[in-house]
Write a protein that binds this ligand. Structure first.
Ligand code: ADP
Ligand code: MG
Length: 349
């Protein structure tokens, strides 16, 4: 098969505020603005950013739980918005979601057996024996004992409940799982177990993940590539190692500097991003990050910076950094890789 498994093109979601009666223009919340990315089979793309930047809205758009204001979502090259009943069913089998709070996303009145086999029973009738065999198999896959199938969610720990959520997502053998803050509600030690489970499942079954998290420590652990969002837009999308080693967008740099680090030799900056996140109802002109940006120039207030591709495979939306890298690139001798060029820039804080 050619092309990426999942392709998102110029995805946009505006939520209208009120009815706008007698008003010419209805004010809108710009939750997601012109977001594009792709995910390959077996890959983990993480989406990071502060609360309210549009991560969950992207997840809902991918799952078609909300309709986009603009843009497209393609699975294997097929636009999911155009799907008719049968192919919509087939598509639903390929893409599944795991939610943040396993407690509210699992029906408390059903046993684990019913919960995790329900997605399959939406498609085909199972005998009691078939259902129990499937439940046992799914429970083993997520590292739980088959006896747990008789338990109700309230009789399980937080980690076990999230394992159930994952088992349910696995039931239809999807190609891709969208996980929105799937470990954020768990204790750190349980988080690590669930993350390792996801990594194992990916290795065994080649599942792709869109993994949404505000926690950079988690992201660094599991991502192949990382998309950083700010006020509804992607500002940088880079291979994981490159992003953490050398963030290019000043917002990415600030996020990484502010993240609590387990490595005590790495210096942590206190509150490197001054000011509040602006409202998505009236986002700043030009680059939405400019009021908080230490590098901002006049152009940043006027022009929305496009995502510019760089030689190391990343894209960055920053007028100042894009220009600096271009200038460095011109003066560098031909044959120099961009990685050298990027590291040659002085990162003034
Ligand atoms: P995140 O998951 O990154 O915290 P969300 O996608 O939940 O961000 O929200 C992005 C923005 O869209 C926020 O300003 C939020 O208040 C707004 N928003 C999300 N869902 C709705 C909705 N159903 N109606 C109106 N506004 C919404
Ligand atoms: Mg969210």
């Amino acid at each position: 098969m050619n092309g990426p498994l999942l392709k998102v093109e110029n995805l946009t979601k505006h939520y209208p505020l009120g009815a706008g009666f007698l008003k010419k223009t209805i004010p809108v919340i710009r939750a997601v603005e012109d977001v594009s990315f792709s995910v390959e089979a077996g890959e983990t793309l993480c989406i990071v950013g502060e609360s309210g930047c549009g991560k969950s809205t992207v997840a809902r758009l991918l799952m078609r739980l909300v309709e986009p204001t603009g843009g497209r979502v393609l699975i294997d090259g097929t636009d999911i918005a155009g799907l008719k009943k049968d192919s919509l069913h087939a598509w639903r089998r390929r893409m599944q979601m795991v939610f943040q709070d396993p407690y509210s996303s699992l029906n408390p009145r059903l046993t684990a057996e019913k919960i995790i086999t329900e997605p399959v029973e939406n498609f085909e009738r199972l005998s009691r024996k078939q259902r129990q065999a499937l439940a046992a198999d799914l429970l083993r896959k997520v590292g739980m004992s088959p006896e747990m199938m008789h338990r109700f969610p309230s009789e399980l720990s937080g980690g076990q409940r999230q394992r159930l959520g994952i088992a349910r997502a696995l039931a239809l053998q999807p190609s891709i799982i969208i996980a929105d803050e799937a470990v954020s509600a768990l204790d750190v030690s349980v988080q690590a177990q669930i993350l390792n489970l996801l990594l194992d499942l990916q290795q065994q079954m080649g599942i792709a993940f869109v993994f949404i998290s505000h926690d950079l420590g988690v992201v660094e652990h599991i991502a192949h590539r990382v998309a950083v969002m700010y006020l509804g837009r992607i500002v940088e999308l880079a291979p994981c190692e490159a992003l953490f080693a050398k963030p290019v967008h000043p917002y990415t740099e600030a996020l990484i500097a502010a993240a609590p680090v387990p490595d005590p030799t790495r210096v942590r900056l206190e509150a490197p991003v001054a000011g509040e996140v602006p409202s998505p109802i009236n986002p700043p002109s030009g680059c939405a990050f400019h009021p908080r940006c230490p590098l901002g120039v006049e152009r940043c207030r006027i022009e929305v910076p496009p995502l510019v591709p760089m030689a190391d495979g990343r894209v960055v939306a920053c007028h100042v950094r894009a220009q600096a890298i271009e200038l460095q690139g011109q003066s560098a001798a031909a044959g120099n890789s961009l990685a050298t060029t990027v590291s040659a820039i002085t990162w003034n804080r």
